[in-house]
Design a protein around this ligand. Sequence first.
Ligand code: ATP
Ligand code: MG
Length: 882
Amino acid sequence: MTSHEIRKAFLDFFKSKGHLIVPSAPLVAKNDPTLMFNNSGMAQFKDFFLGNGTPPSKRIADTQKCLRVSGKHNDLEDVGFDTYHHTMFEMLGNWSFGDYFKKEALEWSWELLTEVYKLPKDRIYVSVFGGDEKDGVPFDQEAYDIWKSMVSEDRIILGNKKDNFWEMGDTGPCGPCSEIHIDLRDQAEVDKIGGKELVNNDHPQVVEIWNNVFMQFERKADKSLIPLPAKHVDTGMGFERLCMAIQGKKSNYDTDVFQNTIQVIEQMSGKKYGENGTLSSNSYVDVAMRVIADHLRAVAFTIADGQLPSNAKAGYVIRRILRRAVRYGYSYLGFHEPFMSKLVPVLANQFADVFPELKAQQDFVTRVVEEEEKSFLRTLETGLRKLDDIFEQTKAAQLSTISGEIVFELSDTFGFPSDLTALIAREKGLKIDEEGFQKALQEQKERSRKDSAKEATDWVELNEGNDFEFVGYDEVSCEAQILKYRKVKTKAGEEYHIVLDRTPFYAEMGGQVGDTGHLSIGNHSVNIKDTKKENDLFIHISTDKNLDEILQNATTVVAHIEEDRRDKIRTNHTVTHLMLAAMRKVLGTHIVQKGSYQDDTVTRFDFSHFAKVTDEELGKIEDIVNEKIRENIPLETKVNIPIADAIALGATATFGEKYGDFVRVVIFDPTFSVELCGGTHASSTGKIGLFKFISEGSVAAGVRRVEAITGGKAIAVINEQLSINTQLKEVLRNNDLVKAVENLLAEKAALQKKVEALENEKLQELKNELAKTAQNINGVNVITAKVSVPSADALKQLCFDLKNKLNSFYGVLGAEIGGKPQIAVIIDETVMKDKNLHAGNIVKELAKEMKGGGGGQPYFATAGGSDLSGLERAIDKGKSFI
Ligand code: ATP
Ligand code: MG
């Protein structure tokens, strides 16, 4: 079976068992403060397990793009060295939300593996949770009995808490799990040692392929477990490992999932993969090819899902993955020019019908990757030069080890990886202080952990229910009940998080900032400084102190948003839609949103575009937007319509956004702007008043950023400019400002010429005066003098003019220039030879007198200094050389 057929068979199988097949969520996790990237199939369904919201079906299956490069699941350092862990991989999964449980889940997995995929039954082992007394969770007898009816008991392994008990986090849903492992070794090896002994022992061919998690408990903050009212199933099967098993391979990289890419890498490098046998982790050519084939997927798909490489957070993780691939290519495959970007099209074609987002943005992703590669290759070159210096210093100090702090600094400040430093050091016969490096690294980790540490108490539930209503599209205040609240300790202090059953507060989402305002509770006013979305909940954040009693005793609260602020925010959001529509008209339909931000002062908008937006283009966009403002187009929204209908209306879905099946569409003139959007908007475009760009620039390769202002703020900025104009007219006494400034510049140029001519004249006079003072010493015409000249250039000019005028000339001229001493030595060629003199050496001696330094040619040299009082001494000393 090809990998395409294997994936399809999985989805078809679960469809036949009544599952709804849904698309993969984007790799980048949104609205989940505990997660940077989706790292398992269940991440997009987390809310359903927490009881927030209702799933579209009680049975769901899909293939989910996962990334395990940060946080709890981080496989990055293994990737390339082993053959079955990836950064990005596909996780095939099936879910039951309070529907079927262990029996169906396990029986179906057995049926799929052995009857559909026809994997050999005698090579499969399963595990069930053996119980944990300390935690008070019993042995999973139920799962054991189900397996016993399908496989012989000697194939069932009792697992411990680490392998067979799954928890969402410190608190929340959890439960036992049952893993399925497969032994892919040759028969001869199986005869030597049984597969059962190798399960969970890091053997590359005895691997876990599928995990069935049974969520039946909830973990409280005090660590106690309580049974969940509705029990769920969450399963995840590693697609690439499954392909290895079904295709009879010994490494994920030998399957058709990776072979395309590896073959192109072979052609590009002229090196062969697997010459030393697939498993030689000591062959760095193989490791490098695996690293590149793997990391390419992570990088390309993450960028396609909207996350650009950057200096912080998720963007930084992606940048580091890309750099890891580049340095393996650089060090072991001889790639000194961008190569990852050349592989993007190979990948895009391979996945065109599975994850079309990459094919659709192939050019964009390619260019972003290429720019990143170029800049990192430059870093590598600079790093290599820096390293040379460091090696020299280390050797000069007769040391054989490079200090861990230096290695850390190279990696932290210059992005130069420590293992590469170690490698190159080794080639030069040096070592790096690995321990010191780890210590520095650990210290930094500790610092950033402290910076981001948050500690939350359990939610205090005050009222039943988890569904809430956002009324903020129409209302600025409403009556509400507090559903729950909790206290959270952050670095900045303590915060209260409050969840209401109805709210006018918009939570930060899709670029629009969260609302501020207050909650009236009896006589109290609780200040809300921000509203954030966490999973599907709107969290009202207050930094007021000692709210417990007030919140606990609250019956009805009245929630008010700060109206004036919201008014400005929504105006800025509305103008963003108009601006995007106008940009598509002026710049082309390739303009896709890459990020946006609107608060009460500005709208900031990032978009894909490869050239600077010219002033003329910006002007055209402004004109269109301002025209649409004057048309005063009313807001039209379509709420809860199927996504297909929205697309039919002309809406463009943005990759990387997760849209439910039903969406909200915001329309300003159906022929002009139709967008999928959950944000709040002005009731008509006239409210915007005025639109003005204030900046345009580049944020990353292929991504530009514009900033714009609206309404009163735009008018204020324009007025300020006009007022500057008026003032200038007064100062210049001319109403034609351009003409006036042009005149000034012309006058300035003419004056400059005059000054130069005068200076030159003066210099000639000085030369003639000086020439008269020449003394004949031992047949040499010697002039030593302190002169008054405006610049170092003039001093030099004077020296050469004198040399041209006099024969057998030796001159030492000094001057005070800009408050500092400056000295020049000039020697005629004949004198130079006859007397064996060197101006450069002489000037160095003279410079000492004025606390300075310098140098130059044998016939002309200059020096500067810091001690003006030594200038005369230096000039005098100049004489002594003749
Ligand atoms: P392992 O112990 O092999 O790292 P895991 O216990 O971390 O696996 P789960 O979190 O249970 O794995 O994920 C479910 C399935 O996803 C695994 O059975 C495996 O097939 C697959 N999987 C997990 N991590 C990776 C990875 N880094 N690359 C490829 N597949 C993976
Ligand atoms: Mg793992």
